[in-house]
Design a protein around this ligand. Structure first.
Ligand code: PEP
Length: 252
């Protein structure tokens, strides 16, 4: 179902005590607002998922993981399975983040497998797509995004695609302070929705949440979220500051 969503990707940051503190601060900030029209998701590193899960029981946020194994179980040292995440009451998981594609050579095929594992456990994948600066400058961004969406998601049956959240994250905007303009974001979000309508149907496309990510912050979120096809944000740096993160969640 299409919802307004703000998800915080903490990446590989914070010690246990700092994570504990940030969760408490966010819970406290959230308690001061009525955010029933927004789903708020915290995606801390794996070791802090249980902490966040426990806190979520008495607060207004959900918990997401930043990654999952494409394998179901077994001899895959260092990997974390979707079943393990489900056993920690993790409801969402980021898949195909550009940092995973770049540093861990994650492919669209890996993304498709991870999406499958997550759906088997009723965990909602937040699937990231986006072009590099070079791809944008060479005018290849539509085809790059089309390939990422097609190869990562279009194996899914229509009743499964509706369970997916898509995040458009132009690589040149991630952690750079260089946000896409609201118009640039809208152009791609509308393109992605069009791809889904073409492959499935318009009703399904209209039902999917598409988030923007890339230097989204407390100052620019309102303008981005006002775009008709932007249903919220996947927030990196600004999600590590409780007040900024909650301000972003209040930007619809
Ligand atoms: C991200 O990594 O998902 C992200 C959007 O990062 P930032 O907000 O820091 O650009």
């Amino acid at each position: 179902m299409r919802r307004n969503i703000v998800a915080g990707n903490w990446k590989m940051n914070l010690k246990f005590s700092q994570a504990d503190e940030l969760i408490s601060e966010i819970a406290q900030e959230l308690s001061e607002y009525d955010l029933t029209d927004v789903d708020i998701i915290l995606c801390p590193p794996f070791p802090y998922l249980e902490l966040a899960s426990d806190a979520s029981e008495s607060s207004d946020f959900f918990v997401g993981s930043q990654n999952v194994s494409s394998f179901e179980k077994g001899a895959y040292t260092g990997e974390i399975s979707a079943k393990m995440l489900a056993s920690l009451q993790v409801d969402y998981c980021i898949v195909g983040h550009s940092e995973r594609r770049k540093y861990f050579l994650e492919t669209n095929k890996d993304v498709a497998e991870k999406v499958n594992r997550l759906l088997e456990e009723n965990i909602t994948p937040i699937v990231c797509v986006g072009e590099s600066l070079e791809e944008r400058e060479q005018g290849e961004y539509f085809s790059v995004i089309k390939t990422q969406i097609t190869e990562g998601l279009f194996h899914l049956h229509s009743d499964k695609i509706e369970q997916i959240i898509i995040a458009y994250e132009p690589v040149w905007a991630i952690g750079t302070g260089k946000t896409a303009t609201a118009e640039q974001a809208q152009e791609i979000h509308s393109f992605i929705r069009g791809l889904i309508a073409e492959h499935y149907n318009k009703k399904i496309a209209d039902n999917i949440s598409i988030l923007y990510g890339g230097s989204c912050n407390a100052e620019n979120a309102t303008e981005l979220f006002a775009m008709p096809d932007v249903d919220g944000g996947l927030i990196g740096g600004a999600s590590l500051k409780a007040q900024d993160f909650v301000t972003i969640a209040n930007s619809f």
